[in-house]
Design a protein around this ligand. Structure first.
Ligand code: TYM
Length: 323
């Protein structure tokens, strides 16, 4: 069975962009692929600066994966840092990547453009990400559009490794960009943990509704016809509702008695229908950190032999002792 793999950084509790861009598609792929889902804590370390946040966010992400439907007996769910073999591969890959390619990295370049001095973790971020993927021979990687550049680099370096050290040593992965490649946030910009424009996944229903009501819309009066196309509310609604329901919203917005407030209410209800039933599961899972630790450790135990086998193959291919 081919493998699918994706990760989420524990930099905050996951939001709707993570859900629609990666979690939902990854779980759909899990029906046809052996699936590897992980918490990218070493990647989070490029920005997270206190241990308590790292721990809390890690549990948040774990409970989110599980509440969204990960069956840990069938899907490999683990912490990136529980499989340190990833670093051995990171180094090998780094030796095949030109620094120029890393200098073109979006996050690194953005940091420089803002006048920051990005840490070396930000610079090397794509190398570690390539190692995450190649370590497990993943064929497909469901991600949002923001990760495409990283996937390109992972493909490039896998091809280079195979070219230099031997055909078919590493699986060349393919990005799976889904129907929600770039989910907008409350302000219409890409929904992002760092921008404060996120819709949280498992906040209480009341908070969820309040957040949805904050979505920026046109300011036409209720009676004026409003154009759904291109609005954040409609973009989000389309990702959650059936085509028929989306058409109803589109047509209703053109009528004098239906305005943005109604559209937001419909969006809230669609969100609640998708997430509401999982909220209790999330809360119960999140409350039991010992159990989450146990599940994550068991996940790591299961994937480590796969990681070791790749490392053995790679060491042998580059002329080191295979151990
Ligand atoms: P992270 O934690 O930023 O995001 C997790 C996933 O959510 C997707 N995503 C979005 N999709 C659509 N619209 C949005 N507004 C939106 N915001 C986030 C991201 O594209 C991502 O798929 N580098 C990764 C973590 C990672 C990884 C990996 C992923 C580390 N190693 C190996 C895949 C394979 C990241 O920062 O994700």
């Amino acid at each position: 069975m081919q493998r699918s793999l994706t990760g989420i950084k524990p930099t905050n509790a996951p939001h709707l962009g993570n859900y629609l861009g990666a979690i939902r598609p990854a779980l759909r792929l899990a029906q046809e692929y052996e699936s590897f889902l992980f918490i990218a804590d070493y990647h989070a370390l490029t920005t997270v600066r206190d241990a308590a946040s790292m721990r809390t966010n890690t549990y948040d992400v774990a409970a989110t994966w599980l509440a969204c439907g990960v069956d840990p007996t069938r899907i490999h769910l683990y912490r990136q840092s529980d499989v340190p073999e990833v670093f051995e591969l990171t180094w090998v890959l780094a030796c095949l990547i030109a620094t120029g390619q890393l200098e073109r990295g979006v996050s690194y370049k953005d940091g420089l453009a803002k006048g920051e001095s990005p840490n070396a973790g930000v610079f090397n971020y794509p190398v570690l990400m390539a190692a995450d993927i190649l370590l497990y021979d993943a064929a497909v990687v469901p991600v949002g559009r923001d990760q495409l550049q990283h996937l390109e680099l992972a493909r490039d370096v896998a091809q280079r490794f195979n070219h230099v050290f031997g055909d078919d040593l590493l699986v060349v992965p393919e990005a799976r960009i889904t129907d929600a490649p770039l989910v907008p946030g409350l302000d219409g910009q890409k929904m992002s943990k760092s921008k404060g424009n996120s819709i949280p996944l498992f906040a209480p229903a009341k908070t969820l509704r309040k957040t949805v009501m904050k979505i920026v819309t046109g300011s036409e009066p209720l009676e004026a016809p409003a154009e759904a196309e291109g609005s954040t509310v409609f973009d989000l609604y389309q990702l959650l509702a059936s085509e028929a329901d989306a058409r109803v919203m589109q047509e209703s917005l053109r009528t004098p008695e239906y305005g943005w407030g109604h559209a937001k209410q419909a969006l809230y209800e669609a969100l609640e229908a998708e997430l509401g039933p999982r909220r209790e599961t999330y809360d119960a899972l999140r409350a039991d950190e010992a159990k989450l630790d146990e599940l994550l450790e068991a996940g790591a135990e299961r994937v480590r032999p796969i990681a070791r086998a790749t490392i053995r193959r790679v060491r042998e291919a580059v002329g080191m002792r295979a151990r």
